[in-house]
Design a protein around this ligand. Structure first.
Ligand SMILES: O=C(CO)[C@H](O)[C@H](O)COP(=O)(O)O
Length: 227
């Protein structure tokens, strides 16, 4: 599994040129990419590449790896974004947010000229919701009301609890995460919009029609899916 993650991260480097602004996703697969990008910058193989982190995790790792960072309000455009995913359907719709960084990830990746997703083959599903719940970032005061309102969509939601921390997970934006298990998400774009219409929802982990390229690590090498 780790080898597949390294393989796709290495492949993603081929899309990076000098003078690019790159959205830096969150998670273990993107972490390999950030470290490899740092090495290319240190050796001078790449120059003047700046990263826009999507989380504290990616910001700290970028700084540690030698990737200079900028924020969204300092740039005119984002050339490319690289990130992992928890599920990918055949139309390249995604579920993201296991790392609770979905809001900033969507803010950056929606605006990137090209959004490239890095996964291993275990993340490929026939339909969204097949294996994973949809993480939903919510304003803390609204979590219980939203949990109940999600029943309209036949979804069962759990408040995500911290590990090595008592009580709920607090996102980088100071909010809670509800993990909502759906039976089957028939229309990802429609569900993404519906969920964001619930007052108190900050953002949800369905990324419909955003990914341009998915690089899939398999036992036989890297496969490329394109929209
Ligand atoms: O959405 C995410 C974080 O919010 C991650 O990109 C997603 O969970 C995949 O992570 P990993 O590469 O560790 O499997």
């Amino acid at each position: 599994m780790e080898e597949m993650k390294r393989m796709v991260a290495k492949e993603a480097l081929k899309y990076i040129d000098d003078d690019m602004i790159i959205g830096l996703g969150t998670g273990s697969t993107t972490a390999y990419f950030i470290q490899m990008l740092g090495k290319k910058l240190m050796t001078g193989e790449l120059e003047d590449v700046y990263g826009i982190p999507t989380s504290h995790q990616s910001r700290l790792l970028a700084l540690e790896s030698g990737v200079p960072v900028v924020s969204l309000d300092e740039v005119d455009a984002i050339d490319l974004a690289i990130d992992g995913a928890d599920e990918v359907d055949p139309h390249l719709n995604l579920i993201k947010g296991r790392g609770a960084a979905l809001t900033m990830e969507k803010i950056i990746e929606y605006r990137a000229g090209t959004f490239i997703v890095l996964v291993d083959e275990s993340k490929l599903v026939e339909y969204l919701g097949q294996k994973m719940p949809v993480p939903i970032e919510v304003i803390p005061a609204a979590w219980r009301a939203i949990k109940e309102e999600l029943e309209v969509f036949n979804a069962t939601a759990e408040l995500r609890m911290g590990v090595k921390k008592d009580g709920p997970v607090i996102t980088d934006n100071g909010n809670f995460i509800l993990d909502a298990k759906f039976e089957k998400i028939e229309d990802p774009l429609d569900m993404e919009i519906e969920l964001n219409n619930i007052p108190g929802v900050v953002e949800n982990g369905i990324f419909a029609d955003i990914a341009d390229i998915v690089l899939v690590g398999t036992k036989d090498g890297v496969k490329r899916m394109e929209r």
